[in-house]
Design a protein around this ligand. Structure first.
Ligand SMILES: Cc1cc2nc3c(=O)[nH]c(=O)nc-3n(C[C@H](O)[C@H](O)[C@H](O)COP(=O)(O)OP(=O)(O)OC[C@H]3O[C@@H](n4cnc5c(N)ncnc54)[C@H](O)[C@@H]3O)c2cc1C
Length: 339
């Protein structure tokens, strides 16, 4: 269906969807197990967007067509054991050696790493720097000598997606592996920031899809299951949970559609995309909790999909920037704009 290349331009074999079109696809994808979305997620997100926006013509030709078909799986390697939300403090180093760099360090929780043929690796190129200004983004082929993998992480949910540590030991890459070429040394974080809005909106839309699925499952269960002589759906306390979930999912959908439209018209949506990520990921957590409650004991059993969704959606509040990080972004932007 071309889902690996939703956000990749048509000239490179992708679908070239606008943001408005992509969130519509994500609303639907979110209704299935989140693990399916995750398999295509890294190719559509930062795994390809950095190359599209800042990559050289050669990098685009080399990687985008295979990313668009899914022949090549990409992973985004930013997080480290001691650098999570404060990603700019990362310690993986890339030391210059002639026209090459030698990368050393460990990346943690890297989605799709066991399957990846390409890693976008963030490493410190400015010795002595401690923040994001000394960090460069490299495109590293998965079969490069010196890359090894930790055991697959055992996770609370989304177990159909595989994450693990990726260890870089004396990994040599040519300077042409820097996204955008050697001139873009120390500018890896700028590249990352440019593509974050898209990823946040995509994840937000997946949250809405999952919420809508959970509401549908809850409604049909409540209409079938009878207690005290009538369907659960006739009980006002159950109706309150259904109504709250419906209204919140609808609010999130409207926010996301509006923000996608604004982004497509060329507006800066940094604040709005963070609002969407924060609201939609928290919203689907509440909806999943109510879905389990409406199902009663059955909701706690793995026979019903709400049990899995409840665990799966917990991740959305953590990765691609935690809720607290979204709050910081929103408030900082508010203060900056007011000043
Ligand atoms: C399943 C999974 C897949 C992932 N996939 C990837 C991937 O593909 N690539 C990748 O690079 N990373 C990936 N990550 C990492 C993910 O992005 C990080 O886990 C996330 O950014 C949070 O970092 P941390 O886990 O180190 O938590 P920490 O940064 O240690 O945060 C712990 C808590 O403190 C809060 N906190 C931190 N700083 C502040 C602050 N300034 N103010 C207030 N509260 C704060 C956080 O919100 C959180 O609640 C993945 C994680 C998981 C669980």
């Amino acid at each position: 269906m071309g889902l690996f290349g939703m956000s990749i331009p048509q000239e490179y074999g992708g679908l070239g969807l606008t943001m408005t079109e992509e969130v519509k696809a994500a609303f639907v994808l979110g209704q299935a197990s989140p693990a399916f979305r995750s398999l295509i997620g890294t190719n559509n997100g930062i795994g390809s967007q950095g190359i599209i926006i800042d990559g050289t013509a050669e990098q685009r030709e080399r990687y985008l067509p295979r990313l668009a078909t899914g022949e090549l799986i990409s992973s985004f390697a930013l997080t480290e054991p001691d650098a999570g939300s404060d990603a700019g403090s990362l310690s993986t180093s890339a030391k210059r050696d002639g026209d090459h760099y030698v990368i050393n360090g460990t990346k943690r929780f890297i989605t799709n790493a066991p399957h990846a043929g390409l890693f976008t690796v963030f490493a410190r190129t400015k010795p002595g720097s401690t923040n994001s200004s000394g960090v460069t983004a490299f495109l590293v082929d998965g079969d490069t000598a010196g890359i090894t993998f930790g055991a697959r992480d055992r996770k609370m949910g989304q177990r159909g997606t595989h994450t693990c540590d990726v260890i870089f030991q004396d990994v040599r890459v040519h300077e042409s592996a820097i996204i955008g070429g050697p001139d873009r040394e120390n500018q890896g974080f700028r590249t990352a920031m440019k593509v974050l809005d898209r990823g946040r909106l995509h994840i937000s839309a997946v949250c809405v899809g999952a919420a809508e699925r959970l509401i549908r499952d809850s409604l049909s269960y409540a209409m079938e299951r009878r207690q005290f002589g009538e369907a659960l759906a006739e009980k006002q306390l159950i109706q309150a949970m259904l109504a709250d979930s419906k209204a919140e999912a609808f609010a999130a959908r409207c926010m996301i559609e509006e923000t996608a439209r604004r982004r497509d018209s060329g507006q800066d949506v940094s604040t709005e995309a963070a609002c969407c990520k924060m609201y939609a990921s928290e919203m689907v957590g509440r909806v999943a909790d109510r879905a389990v409650q409406i199902h009663g004991g059955a909701g706690y059993m793995s026979e019903y999909s709400v049990e899995r969704f409840y665990r799966d959606v917990r991740l959305f509040r953590i990765y691609e920037g935690t809720t607290q990080i979204q709050q910081l972004i929103i408030a900082r932007n508010m203060i900056r704009d007011a000043a």
